[in-house]
Ligand binder design. Structure first.
Ligand SMILES: Nc1ncnc2c1ncn2[C@@H]1O[C@H](COP(=O)(O)OP(=O)(O)OP(=O)(O)O)[C@@H](O)[C@H]1O
Ligand SMILES: [Mg+2]
Length: 228
């Protein structure tokens, strides 16, 4: 059991510091690399067939920089800021600045802390989501990454202080449900929106990659012995 600064007790909740965040990014990069063709195929149907390729390129650049970004003296915020700037400069398109803003706001929310507990992480993810939605002028049901991330991050905050691995699993399930919930909808943002009614019935590429981000978080933060 771990005592958080707020005094709440979490079953086997980890402290999230630079190594855990670096692991999260490495796992996200691996999941995106494995799903690159699927993401690109989804984007071919309602966009310009570059989501998998763009995101993979950006995350490979992030992975290459992790030793430097996580070097002694790094804080969670400095690491995540470096991740954000790398994504913004290498991914391009709509998703680069949007994921970049997500990580930048998450970094800002964590301050100078050397490590944070689950409650602070959940609040930071919420700040990241709000930043992404502001940057993209995105609302729920626009059929974007936000539709997967919003319910997942809400589930994370609402689930605490249950067992951490269970909360992370519930968060992934909520994100996947959000991704699937908007598949029948008409896209209202980005290139997919140019298709109007023809975008309905296609799974959103960004919501799909956002679920990979959540799966990577679960796998990085699940206590030792849990799947992942
Ligand atoms: N305003 C927005 N807010 C949040 N997410 C968005 C927004 N616009 C697009 N997206 C997400 O970005 C994904 C497409 O990302 P991609 O890497 O292919 O960039 P892109 O080709 O420039 O995107 P697009 O052509 O959709 O603007 C979409 O599937 C959607 O989830
Ligand atoms: Mg695209």
């Amino acid at each position: 059991m771990t005592e958080t600064p707020a005094g709440a007790v979490f079953g086997a909740a980890p402290t999230v510091g630079v190594p855990e965040l670096a692991d999260w990014l490495r796992r996200f990069a691996a999941l995106v690399a494995a799903a690159k063709d699927e993401l690109t195929a989804l984007d071919a149907a309602i966009g310009d067939a570059d989501h998998g390729v763009n995101l993979d390129r950006g995350l490979q650049a992030v992975v290459a920089r992790l030793p430097e970004l996580g070097a002694p003296g790094a804080t969670p915020a400095s690491l995540l800021k470096g991740v954000a700037l790398t994504l913004i400069s290498t991914v391009g398109g709509a998703s680069g600045p949007l994921y970049g803003t997500f990580f930048l706001r998450l970094a800002g929310s964590l301050g100078d802390a050397p490590a944070v507990g689950p409650g602070e992480l959940a609040a930071g993810l919420r700040a990241g989501l709000d930043g992404m939605a502001e940057r993209g002028r995105t609302q729920l049901d626009d059929k974007t990454m936000v539709d997967a991330l919003a319910p997942a991050i809400a589930a994370l905050a609402a689930g605490l202080p249950a067992a951490w691995d269970e909360v992370l699993a519930r968060s992934v399930a909520a994100g996947a449900a959000g991704r699937d919930r908007v598949t029948p909808l008409v896209a209202r943002k980005g290139r997919a929106s140019y298709l109007g009614e023809r975008s309905a019935g296609h799974q959103d590429p960004g919501a799909t990659s956002a679920v990979l981000l959540l799966e990577a978080l679960r796998d990085a933060l699940a206590p030792a012995g849990a799947p992942g």
